[in-house]
Ligand binder design. Structure first.
Ligand SMILES: C[S@@+](CC[C@H](N)C(=O)[O-])C[C@H]1O[C@@H](n2cnc3c(N)ncnc32)[C@H](O)[C@@H]1O
Length: 386
């Protein structure tokens, strides 16, 4: 565990984050600001503890360099920060600090939630921290946030109280993710570095021009699996920006590695639910969305989980530019018919291709190969946004 997890001199009572608090990864240029915030936030505890709390003298720049530091920005300035260490099965929340003027406004809560989310996404089952026994407000706050006290020890001259919180499975916390189940880290154990610059989060407002600068259009691939189609597509059309979404880390790690090896500058990845990314994007942001071999959800009671559905088409209609397209491929005849029927009933999409032949330059996908080997032919549908 990193040197001093979990001290948190922030607001005494949990409160809702202010809507204008945004969280982003800390950059090297933030290091001085973090040192100032730590100084301001922890100084009031010197008398109670009898010495300078450890976070005042920590090298927060190390956490920034590791990519394990977040800052909270409110009213245009950095008001707080959190450092953490990702590990499985237990990740550590190291320090949370909020500048005194911003305490009591939910800044600390927003930071803790963001760390919990990252720990969860990294496959951690537990988030651990410790705080000082003299920081009574923090003890109450962590309990209120679902942390359980697991130990008290006198260590390195500090009276420490240790807490842990079990983290719900990564996708289960969010209300809108019905339809992604199972393990998010595959047996191969391939991992992504959460600080990889090819990855992006959706916990702050979308700035597409900053995400994929200078591109003539942006496209998105839903559930790219191992990324074979996405990588080929990105390499063939470097003037187009490509966003790839995949909840499963093994495929994500494979695609990130392939993008780096191919030197691709026009692709960005998000680990998670494509529905959330679509909702995060501004209207008419995408020229095209590829939905290639989406999970078919064979049982009738699960059909509502299908990516193509009435709400799914509404979501796509908002974000696909008029004249833009959604490409749908499937080897499951029932899902193909379902998609035809839903498109026919949708006022903003029309079916402009329904073919047994794929689109030009089609590289195929891993799942398609498997379907072909197992004797299931594919169907390729193009949905055009009115
Ligand atoms: C049958 S696989 C097809 C993978 C790949 N497109 C191919 O053809 O080889 C379906 C993929 O969709 C992903 N997936 C399922 N629900 C998703 C969602 N809501 N957002 C993004 N990806 C999703 C799964 O993790 C899985 O990798």
């Amino acid at each position: 565990m990193a040197a001093s997890p979990g001290r948190r001199p922030i607001s005494r009572t949990p409160s809702r984050p202010k809507s204008d608090v945004s969280i982003r990864r800390a950059r090297p240029a933030d290091a001085d600001r973090l040192a100032v915030i730590a100084e301001e936030a922890f100084a009031p505890y010197i008398a109670a503890i009898g010495r300078r709390p450890a976070p005042m003298d920590e090298a927060h720049a190390d956490a920034i360099a590791r990519g394990e530091a977040l800052v909270a920005v409110a009213d245009g300035a950095v008001r707080g920060f959190a450092t953490y260490a990702l590990a499985r099965p237990t990740a550590s929340l190291i320090t949370v600090a909020v500048t005194p003027a911003a305490q009591g406004q939910g800044v600390g809560s927003a930071l803790i939630e963001a760390v919990e989310e990252r720990a969860r996404a990294a496959g951690a089952g537990t988030l651990a921290l410790y705080t000082n026994a003299a920081m009574a407000g923090n003890l109450a706050l962590y309990r209120a946030r679902g942390y359980t006290e697991v130990a008290r020890r006198h260590e390195e001259g500090f009276d420490r109280v240790f807490f842990e919180k079990p983290l719900a499975p990564a996708m289960a916390k969010r209300g809108s993710v019905d339809g992604i189940y199972g393990r998010r880290v595959g047996a191969s154990g391939l991992r992504v570095d959460p600080a990889d610059p090819l990855l992006f989060d959706i916990d702050r407002p979308c700035d597409l021009a900053a995400l994929l600068p200078g591109k003539r259009a942006v496209r998105l691939e839903v559930g790219f699996g191992g990324g074979e189609h996405l990588i080929e597509h990105a390499g063939r059309e470097p003037e187009v920006g490509l966003i790839g979404i995949e909840p499963f880390e093994t495929g994500l790690a494979r695609a990130v590695r392939a993008a780096r090896e191919a030197g691709l500058a026009n692709v960005r990845f998000h680990q998670g639910d494509a529905r959330q990314v679509l909702d995060w994007l501004p209207p008419a942001a995408l020229e095209r969305v590829d939905v290639l071999y989406p999970d078919p959800w064979h049982k009738q009671r699960h059909w509502k989980r299908r990516f193509i559905s009435t709400p799914g088409l509404d979501r796509l209609a908002r974000v696909v530019v008029p004249g833009g397209t959604v490409r749908f491929a499937s080897d499951i005849a029932g899902y193909v018919k379902w998609t035809r029927d839903h498109v026919a009933a949708h006022p903003q999409f029309s079916l402009t291709q329904d073919s047994e032949t794929p689109w030009p330059h089609w590289p195929g996908t891993r799942y398609e190969d498997k379907a072909r080997r197992e004797g299931r032919p594919s169907r390729y549908l193009t949905l055009t946004r009115e």
